[in-house]
Design a protein. Structure first.
Length: 531
């Protein structure tokens, strides 16, 4: 179809030659009008050649991948690209959820020991999640640790319901707070960042939020650098692949959905200087982490002058809505990627500004990702991660209560497992019994069929013996070689002449004897008379 062929022919071009940091861009296909398939094919044959020529003459509209490097203390911009373009935030939304929660703690409305209850709605949220049953309780402190490390959507929902009365009410609080701290481009509709077409933010707004978290809650900075949490026997590592790998990395949060790609708001400190880096729309967690590391290297090598832009002075975007990267990030022909986190990074070289700004070609046929070409990160990875130092989390008010609840849950799970195993064994036994019964029934049916056939054959033989024999013609009347029809058609007089001949012979012989005897008798009688 023309729609598909046009998308392929217009796909992703990068500028060539000496490039500057902001020159790299990714090209998205322009939407095509809806057409009848037949009209679409005809239309394609007519305009395809013209469209190919036009693509060479007129550059397609480009959408830059949001990238921002900022000094945390001053708010001065060290590098920006598409920093005010709207973008789908994914789980970096949880930074906004955390700010609202900590702000309520600061105001004395709640405490970190406040218990939150998992509702059926929270339990129904899709992964990533903890999977607690409805009715489970957890402190706000543990909930915040879980959403920063595990990025659990069910726990974020529980925070929203517990502090805002409902997810909708909490979203109103998120928007009010965002406006108050200077996030002018963000729109919030849920507390966890799951796909919502009306919810978006910008790299600039996320940098403002990161600075606000550092400035307003200095005693909670450890919340954003936890390498792992431990719940019972389960250890869950932070998805942020910079922690424990990039020197000085100390936060903050990653996120991924198909529509927005792989995002991160990261912070690192070197020689007392703290830098915030925001990277959005990357094709994988690995590329996201490596590019963020490259941006840190670049940022620490720069100094903000008196004339440097600040977050407040960044120009507004001309985009009315975020681009949808779903066709490029989550192609239906490929498995949907996941936020691999540190597990995907094992060893490699460190990044440099030369690699960051070198010319590159796209590593995917779907999309040319801007500013940091895939060729720059191909074959690279961050150093091995430092050993995890998990922080314990629990349900209930205290570790003891949590341990008791966990033990009970484990017992219930074990009992359920045993019951399932018993049911499985019983089902297998019953299946075997049914199979044996079916086999026996089949054998009995075959035997009955065999016996019926034998009885039928015996009856047939008995009937053949007792049946009357058909009458046949006399042997002397029917020639051996003749058929029944031949005997019936033969003339009855055929044997009569022979019988008559035999009878004449027999009669003639005695007659001759009588004729000879009579004269002899008469002669003898004459001799007596003469004597």
């Amino acid at each position: 179809m023309i729609g598909q062929s046009s998308r392929r022919s217009h796909r992703c071009r990068l500028p060539v030659g000496g490039a500057t940091p902001g020159a790299f861009s990714k090209t998205l296909p322009a939407p095509l009008p809806e057409m009848n398939p037949m009209v679409n094919r005809v239309w394609g044959r007519l305009i395809a050649p013209l469209a190919a020529l036009a693509a060479l003459a007129v550059p397609a509209a480009a959408v830059t991948t949001p990238i921002l490097v900022v000094e945390a203390d001053s708010g001065k911009v060290l590098y920006s690209q598409g920093a005010t373009d709207p973008w789908y935030p994914a789980s970096i939304t949880k930074l906004m959820t955390t700010y609202v929660a900590l702000d309520m703690v600061r105001q004395g409305k709640v405490s970190l020991d406040t218990l939150l209850t998992i509702s059926p709605e929270a339990a129904a949220e899709p992964p990533s999640k903890m999977g607690f049953k409805p009715g489970t309780q957890i402190t706000l402190d543990n909930a915040l640790k879980i959403i920063m490390v595990k990025s659990a959507n069910d726990i974020s929902w529980a925070i929203a319901e517990g502090l805002g009365g409902s997810a909708e009410g909490f979203a109103d609080m998120m928007n009010e707070t965002a406006h108050r701290i200077g996030m002018r481009e963000s729109r919030w509709y849920n507390p966890n960042g799951l796909p919502e077409p009306r919810q978006w933010t910008t790299a600039r707004d996320m940098a403002i939020l990161a600075r606000a978290l550092m400035r307003d809650f200095p005693d909670q900075q450890g919340l954003f650098s936890i390498s792992a949490i431990q719940f019972g026997k389960s250890v869950m590592a932070n998805h942020n692949g910079l922690l424990g790998r990039y020197p000085g990395a100390d936060g903050m949060k990653t996120g991924f959905i198909c529509s927005g790609g792989f995002n991160v708001v990261a912070s690192a400190t070197r020689n007392g200087r703290r830098i915030i880096t925001v990277v959005m729309g990357q094709p994988s967690a690995r590329e996201r982490d490596i590019k963020a590391a490259d941006l840190f290297d670049y940022g620490f090598g720069q100094s903000a002058g008196w004339t440097a832009q600040t977050l407040e002075t960044l120009p507004a975007s001309n985009l009315a809505a975020p681009p949808d990267l779903r066709p490029y990030i989550c192609d239906k022909r490929k498995p949907i990627p996941v936020d691999e986190g540190p597990g995907a990074l094992t060893a490699g070289a460190d990044g440099t500004a030369t690699q960051l700004f070198g010319s590159a070609t796209a590593d995917t046929s779907n999309l040319a990702f801007a500013a940091l070409g895939a060729a720059n990160v191909r074959g690279r990875s961050l150093p091995p991660r430092a050993p995890l130092q998990p922080i314990a989390v629990w349900t209930g008010r205290s570790p003891a209560e949590g341990a008791a609840a966990l033990a009970q849950a484990e017992q219930e799970a074990q009992a359920s497992k045993e019951a399932a195993r018993t049911a499985k064994v019983e089902a297998a036994r019953q299946k075997r019994e049914e199979a044996k019964a079916a086999q026996a029934a089949q054998a009995a049916k075959a035997e009955a069929h065999k016996q019926a056939a034998a009885e039928k054959a015996a009856k047939a033989r008995a009937a053949a013996v007792t049946a009357p024999k058909p009458k046949t013609a006399a042997k002397d009347k029917v020639p051996a070689a003749a058929s029944a029809y031949t005997a019936a058609e033969a003339p009855k007089a055929a044997h009569k002449p022979a019988a008559k001949k035999a009878e004449t012979k027999a009669d003639a012989k005695p007659a001759a004897k009588k004729t000879e005897a009579k004269p002899a008798t008469k002669k003898a009688k004459g001799k007596d008379d003469d004597a």
